[in-house]
Design a protein around this ligand. Structure first.
Ligand code: ZN
Length: 281
């Protein structure tokens, strides 16, 4: 006997397939929004303070590295960065932050030979892809997000200034910059220039306040940290600990690396497109 459309087994199977295809919300498990904790530049305090603090609470973050070494042709870089392999194995994302961290010369008072103003699109792409080759060797993982060094997404100056966002979009699932808001609407944000909150010098209560504000609005907030109790843009260990305690205790907040949230949002958007609302195409 052929199994008809109204056969209960067939109907159930069809319904299950539909549920698998359709992702009702951009966030899993009934969460109101998402939080990504990101740490830039591979600083020592991230290995020594941030990672144990995150691991103790079951939280996973993104670490944006510049895997440079003294001699790019030698294996020097590998010895220098091998300690991070374990971090990737623990489930954290090792993101790409370019190889040489090029920024605008406008931060300083000297004309520079090599800076974003003097680089071409080809040069920035080569720099980012060399970092990518090394991160893949280090982690064995081909999928990650990118963070624009100094949050800047251009090369050239004046009439010759061009965005390098399209190049990044060709190679990465998502990319983090900064923006008008510290958070992102899952439907409308540009996944290749995500907005983030510069979290340096903020206290625990302030960090938690920003997260609560984003969750009330159903958004994805990305917090950018550098050193923990060290460096030029630090957050204190106690502030980070207060934030992590809050995130670990909340069942309504999805805390995950940037690449993980971006992939879920991408899938959710595709599912919305393939299932238009009733009455509309
Ligand atoms: Zn940086």
């Amino acid at each position: 006997m052929a199994i008809g459309r109204n056969n209960p087994v067939s109907v159930l199977k069809e319904a299950t397939t539909r549920m698998e295809e359709r992702i009702e919300t951009p966030y899993p498990f009934g969460c109101n929004g998402a939080v990504s904790l990101t740490f830039d530049d591979g600083l020592r305090s991230q290995l020594e303070l941030a990672i144990p603090l995150l691991n103790d609470r079951g939280l996973r973050a993104t670490f944006y590295l510049n895997p440079r070494g003294k001699d790019p042709k030698s294996e020097d870089w590998f010895q220098r960065w091998i300690g991070w392999r374990e971090v990737a194995e623990q489930g954290h994302e090792l993101g790409n932050h370019s190889l040489t961290h090029p920024c605008s010369q406008a931060f300083g008072s000297k004309i520079l030979e090599r800076c974003l103003e003097t680089m071409t699109l080809e040069e920035i792409e080569a720099d980012v892809l060399e970092a990518e080759k090394r991160l893949r060797l280090l982690t064995g993982n081909p999928e990650r997000s990118f963070a624009y060094p100094c949050y800047q997404d251009f090369v050239g100056v004046g009439e010759k200034r061009q965005s390098y966002v399209p190049i990044i979009a060709r190679h990465f699932v998502a990319a983090r910059g900064t923006g008008e808001y510290p958070d992102n609407h899952p439907l409308t944000c540009d996944l290749h220039y995500l907005w983030s909150l510069k979290a340096e010098f903020l206290r625990g209560a302030e960090l938690i306040g920003w997260v609560e504000w984003s969750m009330r609005r159903g958004r994805w907030i990305i917090l950018t940290f550098h050193g923990v109790d060290e460096g030029h843009a630090p957050v204190s260990r106690i502030a980070l600990q207060e934030l992590c305690d809050f995130l670990a205790q909340s069942r309504e907040i999805w805390t995950a690396p940037v690449v993980t949230v971006a992939k879920r949002i991408r899938q959710w958007r595709q599912s919305k497109v393939s299932h238009p609302p009733k009455g509309g195409e």
